[in-house]
Design a binder for this molecule. Structure first.
Ligand code: CMC
Length: 390
């Protein structure tokens, strides 16, 4: 006779929440086994090839592609919000020149709230949602201005104000370098922005949703998210990839370096993913793009080293589901765009701001406080020992 096991009731311990579905979204769909990523049902590859970052933002926030006049209206609304208050420029000037860029960005995103009358708290009413959308638009529009001008400050260069006639990618490179980028460079950045815009309930998006679910404000949620993205297991990995490429230094050194790391069971940055156990579909397109931009900018050696690393890691680890993730080839791409290595995670934040904000709006539209439980592993009935007896 078999005994029926009762279905577990109550909370289940799920370390890392890998098997927990904690929110609903209409924005992005991931099939980690097949290596599929869709934004609102549209394959990421089709978007990277045909869309623009602004159109992708519209898609994520409205769950459909815009008509021309709708796209034009979003672009104008973003452009009208590119500029940051003078007090924020003054704040940037006060930062140490050697500040970690993600510390600077996190602080500046938080400080923007001081200059936005909408930023008090969130409400789930229609007017509250409209207010959250206004905050989202400002955050997406202003973040490039914060990053580019922080970079100028630390290089001892004068600030460059945003140019409202440019799209987001062109405007960012304009402010960063003080000159209009070529169309190819601007398009390269635009593609990176599309590819990084949203990715299900990743750690920083989850953190943003946790914050907004308390009915805190959008700036607090984005500040939480920037802090979470900073970690090397999340957005910080693209910087680590570039540092690794620099450390390897030559084609001859690739094999001993990578094999040594594998033997010592150390992580190879830019590989592996909690969800993808196949090739990260964002990496597929980025790989092609990285090759092209590396060729155009005289950095082919960097691409070839990356390709060699990939070959060695795949030979050792593909059967365990370890493939390149989005960060692996974005390192080469950003380097070829002339972006400094320690700004890479800020670039990720600049794009993901739209995904974070979209998720926060979804959360407000159907809100419930996010409050999991902890499994207590400590003692019980412990005596309180007076100070003198400890
Ligand atoms: N290099 C070598 N081995 C790896 C790697 C790697 N990059 N990633 C995972 N493994 C191994 C890991 O050591 C473990 O082996 P074993 O079963 O023998 O202990 C096995 O694969 C499973 O790994 P895990 O750490 O349990 O997987 P996870 O889902 O907890 O971690 C990850 C996912 C992304 C944190 C991890 O793959 C990693 O640390 N990768 C390097 C950092 C990185 O590139 N992060 C960017 C992620 S994509 C951008 C983003 O979404 O933020």
């Amino acid at each position: 006779m078999t005994t029926m096991q009762a279905a577990p009731t109550g909370p289940i311990f799920d370390k890392g929440l890998a098997n927990t579905i904690a929110a609903e979204t209409q924005m992005s769909f991931i099939d980690g086994g097949k290596g599929v990523l869709e934004y609102v049902g549209i394959d990421i590859d089709a978007l990277a090839r045909n869309s623009t970052y602004e159109e992708t933002v519209y898609l994520l926030w409205n769950c459909r592609l815009p008509k021309q006049h709708e796209l034009d209206a979003l672009k104008s609304a973003l452009q009208a919000e590119y500029e940051i208050p003078d007090a924020i420029y003054d704040m940037i000037k006060s930062f140490p020149r050697d500040a970690v860029p993600m510390h600077a960005l996190r602080t500046l995103v938080s400080a923007l709230a001081l200059h936005d009358a909408d930023a008090e708290s969130s409400e789930t009413t229609p007017s509250g949602i409209e207010s959250a959308k206004r905050q989202a638009l400002r955050l997406v529009a202003k973040t490039p201005t914060l990053i580019a001008n922080f970079d100028r400050h630390r290089a001892g260069k004068p600030f460059v104000r945003p140019d409202k006639s440019f799209d987001i990618a062109t405007n960012f490179l304009w402010m960063l370098n003080g000159e209009k980028p070529t169309e190819a460079m601007a398009r390269g950045l635009d593609i990176c922005l599309i590819l990084h815009a949203d990715h299900g309930l990743n750690a920083s998006t989850f953190a943003a949703r946790v914050t907004i679910a308390t009915l805190s404000d959008m700036y607090s949620a984005m500040t939480t998210a920037v802090g979470t993205l900073k970690g090397p297991l999340h957005g910080g990995a693209n910087e680590e990839v570039m540092i690794m490429l620099d450390e390897i230094g030559s084609m001859e050194n690739v094999e001993p370096f990578v094999k040594g790391k594998l033997e010592r069971k150390e992580l190879i940055m830019g590989f592996g993913h909690r969800v993808y156990k196949a090739y990260d579909p964002r990496a597929t397109y980025l790989k092609t793009f990285a090759k092209q931009i590396a060729t155009d900018t005289g950095n082919l050696r960097l691409f070839e080293m990356s390709q060699k690393i990939e070959g060695i890691v795949l030979a050792a680890k593909a059967d365990k589901g370890i493939f390149p993730n989005v960060d692996f080839y974005s390192a080469t791409t950003y380097h070829c765009l002339g972006i400094k290595t320690d700004l890479f995670t800020c670039m990720f934040a600049m794009s993901r701001m739209s995904g974070w904000a979209g998720h926060c709006i979804e959360q407000l539209q159907d809100n419930r406080l996010i409050r999991p439980q902890a499994k207590y592993n400590g003692p019980h009935a412990a005596p309180y020992v007076a100070m003198a007896q400890r």
